[in-house]
Design a protein around this ligand. Sequence first.
Ligand SMILES: Nc1ncnc2c1ncn2[C@@H]1O[C@H](COP(=O)(O)OP(=O)(O)OP(=O)(O)O)[C@@H](O)[C@H]1O
Ligand SMILES: O=P(O)(O)OC[C@H]1O[C@H](OP(=O)(O)OP(=O)(O)O)[C@H](O)[C@@H]1O
Ligand SMILES: O=C(O)c1cccnc1
Ligand SMILES: [Mg+2]
Length: 552
Amino acid sequence: MSQETTVPSPNERERRLGQNGIVQPLLTDLYQITMAYAYWKSGKTKDTSVFDLFFRKNPFQGEFTIFAGLEECLKFLEKFHFSHSDIEYLKQTLPPTIEDEFFVFLSKLTADEVTLYAMEEGSVAFPRVPLMRIEGPLIIVQLLETTFLTLVNYASLMATNAARYRMAAGDLKLLEFGLRRAQGPDGGLSASKYSYIGGFDGTSNVLAGKLFNIPVKGTHAHAYITSFTSFSELRSQTLTPKDGGEPRDLLQLAVKWRTELVPLFKVVGTEASDGELAALISFAIAFPDGFMALVDTYDVKRSGLLNFCAVALALSELGYQALGIRIDSGDLAYLSNVAREYFSKISINYNIPWFKDLMIMASNDINEETILSLNDQGHKIDCFGIGTHLVTCQRQPALGCVYKLVELNGQPRIKLSQDVGKVTMPGRKDAYRLYSESGHALIDLLQRSVEEEPEPGNKVLCRHPFEESKRAYVIPSKVEKLHKPYWNNGRICAPLPNLQIIRKRVRTSLKTLRPDIKRNLNPTPFKVAVSDRLYNFLHDLWLENAPIGELS
Ligand SMILES: Nc1ncnc2c1ncn2[C@@H]1O[C@H](COP(=O)(O)OP(=O)(O)OP(=O)(O)O)[C@@H](O)[C@H]1O
Ligand SMILES: O=P(O)(O)OC[C@H]1O[C@H](OP(=O)(O)OP(=O)(O)O)[C@H](O)[C@@H]1O
Ligand SMILES: O=C(O)c1cccnc1
Ligand SMILES: [Mg+2]
């Protein structure tokens, strides 16, 4: 290939410069590129295809999934371009028999001829109903498979996981603390972003806060507490009252309060750690308006709570209002009840109304089940800080989205399987969500694109895709077309909502589901049906393609 052919035009240069450091055309499986060559070699450059991206089973033994990752797919399409160094790398990597002309073809490839339809990001989705439908030249659409799957699978899994934690926690605050345990830096960033979409209130991940405009929040680690062993290590112990005036000795005030609280808490004063008190005082001096203390380093009841309350009362004398505590070990239900009891006692004894409402944050290996169990036991926690289980999606570490060819040059394609659930739905299809009068989603209906749209008030026959006897008539009160065009003629062609709006959509979309579909234990499956025409089309094609065996 001549050198000129790989010098990028200004337009190409622009595309390449804007390319994401990680999400780029080579972030794919090798087989996509070898297939591209074989397609090219066999003259399929003009073939047009339709691919569906969908999953077959909801995660976490649940019956719903939140679709996420769409915006990243669109950004990928915008920048899609094999750079000069990509081409050079491929030349070295692919077999030497590959014709140079193919690399010329590859270097000119863009997503300009692709059209992408998708469900709204943040909406609830169900098995078999495509999250995205991608149309266009076979080679380019095929090349998008792996990147799209990696962009959608984890995003949707994470958003779904977060939405489940949100449902378990009700209106309590949820913070994502998972970066240190996430599947690497990119996993950590995605976890922060998609847990926010799923309903978390903030993250400890500062870069995620900056990049995605997510609230960043946090307390401190045990190291801060254990870095002090005595009062003598306090370099400064004074604090200026909030309304000004002479600085006051916070240590002296806190020690006075600690002595006073001992009989109220019915504890032995000498058991409280001086190092812990020194640490809390120094933290309060650094953040008098944002004093939040980790109280489980030595002993929550005998030391941490006593020291925290002493410092919070000292701060209060200077006009500052503490925020609360974090408990990171032990029986979280029991300890939160004890803490709230202490706070209430102080509130009443010293007539400080806000003291009873101090925030109690709990952390330490929390998962959906822990939250549900804590709810059953009764607790006084206001906020959960959740890391490992949330970001690693420990209960189910992958969503099984797949990307299947359903039509080529206007002809349907079907993938057969011994496992009925794995047979693909052939042809270009549209999907509709049918709603009841009460506003609940009743059923998702897949139809061939050539069919008339279902209409509110009109009876529709909805069929189980594989079980002939399972059918129902539905008269929808509302019909929602699930796919909208998002990418056409080389451009994003629909407004992209910000994260806050997507987050709101998760909430509103989940509200349309009946409670039994969302319950934690043995939820009811949401129905996904096909039209009568699609049913017959699917089964005729199935018979046409399935070989008849011979018994011998
Ligand atoms: N009341 C509760 N009901 C159900 N699960 C709880 C309750 N309190 C705590 N847990 C969970 O029990 C587990 C306790 O874990 P573990 O035994 O490792 O912690 P710990 O001994 O309290 O802490 P550490 O070892 O850090 O001192 C955590 O997963 C925590 O979320
Ligand atoms: O438990 P997770 O849900 O992952 O939440 C994040 C954890 O990370 C922090 O400490 P870290 O676990 O690093 O230390 P620790 O085990 O001593 O608490 C924090 O105190 C939480 O325990
Ligand atoms: O801010 C916190 O309390 C925090 C942050 C990350 C991990 N664990 C706790
Ligand atoms: Mg921990």
